[in-house]
Design a protein around this ligand. Structure first.
Ligand SMILES: Nc1ncnc2c1ncn2[C@@H]1O[C@H](COP(=O)(O)OP(=O)(O)OP(=O)(O)O)[C@@H](O)[C@H]1O
Ligand SMILES: [Mg+2]
Length: 376
């Protein structure tokens, strides 16, 4: 079993602290994504795990082995890069075979002319390994081509194949789909999750795309400013974020955030309307988060607004509403058949079950709703 454990990983480049004591435990066989905005330290963390970058402090453990000081080639991890890093002058088959030859043959066996003669059996076994992986990835008919003769998606599969032949304890992937067009990217997402299901090997996957993290992973780590803000199942992170930063980063369109007040009785007022009482909260200004799907257009709704912008996604229309007397714009999901026109006056309800309350420091305030739960 090869679980991966990162402990208080710290890294600075010059004066800039890029990783600030990161802890992460990845169970064997899981698909984990590291997700966060550009520059938050995702690639650096992955490179430290791979051994391509040294950590200033902290430890990297794979299985029971402390590999913090171990060379990348001895960690038995396979890295798949955004650029694929294929050898352009070698065929697909040779691209996949070369890392195996480097690992499994002696120096003499790798010599030209004489090498192949004295290592025939071994080479045959390794070629069979390449053929088996090619079959799994459905790239057998591409084996004789050069990378330049492949589409982006095919190149991606070859890069994966080259990683797979080595039978690594984990695959480390840094934005492997970002060079593909939108349709192919969505297709490759499902191919990768399907591949993970079959291989049952640990995947550590870096992306800045929260949709990719939500759709693909068993667990996601949301990183910002060199820290992991939250680690958990995608569903839990979406529904139950610990902080405003995580709530805002995850979900598209973004969660609505509304400046709100709690009075001395614990009554929460959002957009000028009382949302009932919450226990354990003192009088203070808070930010209330509510996802667009938890606001519903309704003629009898307590809240009113004017349609300022319509975002038509085909299956849904997201309406951006201006609410009288309030600065926050509210986004409401509507079905295309019932979506009002631009500049229309509409009314909507807010499900008080789905309100997320955040304090002035951006941390979640976990309060109990003490009045009966009603949609108002
Ligand atoms: N070798 C380096 N020397 C100096 N600064 C570096 C080096 N590598 C990374 N950085 C800086 O460290 C920070 C984190 O970089 P990193 O590549 O880990 O970000 P990232 O989260 O992968 O971002 P992206 O989504 O854009 O790939 C950035 O500010 C980057 O400029
Ligand atoms: Mg990166």
């Amino acid at each position: 079993m090869s679980s991966i454990s990162l402990r208080t990983i710290t890294k600075s480049f010059g004066d800039a602290m890029v990783l600030d004591g990161v802890d992460l435990d990845i169970k064997d066989g899981k698909f984990v994504t590291l997700v966060g905005p550009s520059g938050c330290g995702k690639s650096t963390l992955l490179r430290i795990l791979a051994g391509l970058e040294a950590t200033d402090a902290g430890t990297v453990t794979i299985g029971k082995r402390d590999v913090t000081q171990t060379r990348p080639s001895l960690r038995n991890l396979a890295m798949v890069f955004q650029s694929y890093a294929l050898y352009p002058h070698l065929s697909v088959a040779q691209n996949m075979l070369t890392p195996l030859l480097m690992r499994d043959l002696t120096k003499t066996q790798r010599l030209p002319v004489i090498g192949p003669l004295i290592s025939r059996a071994k080479r045959k076994a390794l070629t069979a390994q390449v053929d088996a992986v090619a079959q799994t990835l459905k790239i057998t008919e591409l084996l004789t081509r050069k990378p330049g003769q492949l589409s982006g998606g095919q190149r991606q599969r070859v890069a994966l194949g080259r990683a797979m032949v080595r039978n690594p304890v984990a695959f480390l992937m840094d934005e492997p789909l970002s060079n593909l067009d939108a349709a192919l990217r969505v297709h490759m997402r499902s191919e990768l999750t399907e591949l993970h299901r079959r291989l049952k090997t640990t995947f550590v996957y870096v992306t800045h795309d929260q949709a990719e993290a939500l759709t693909m992973s068993d667990r996601m780590a949301v990183m910002m400013g060199g820290k992991i803000l939250q680690f958990g199942r995608p569903d839990d992170i979406y529904r139950d974020p610990n902080s405003l930063a995580v709530a805002r980063f995850v979900g598209s369109p973004a969660i609505n955030t509304l400046s709100s007040e709690i009075d001395e009785q614990g009554t929460l007022t959002v957009l000028g309307e009382s949302m009932g009482r919450f226990s354990g909260l003192s009088q203070q200004s808070v930010v209330v988060g509510i996802r667009p799907e938890h606001l519903t257009l309704s003629k009898t709704g307590r809240f009113g607004g004017m349609v300022k912008h319509r975002e038509n996604l085909g299956s849904d229309v997201f309406l951006h509403l201006v609410v009288d007397g309030h600065a926050d714009v509210v986004v409401v999901r509507a079905t295309p058949a019932h979506a009002p026109a631009l500049a229309a006056q509409v009314r909507f309800t807010m499900s008080s079950d789905h309100l997320l309350i955040f304090g002035a420091d951006g941390q979640r305030l976990r309060a109990e709703h003490t009045t009966s739960k009603v949609a108002v």
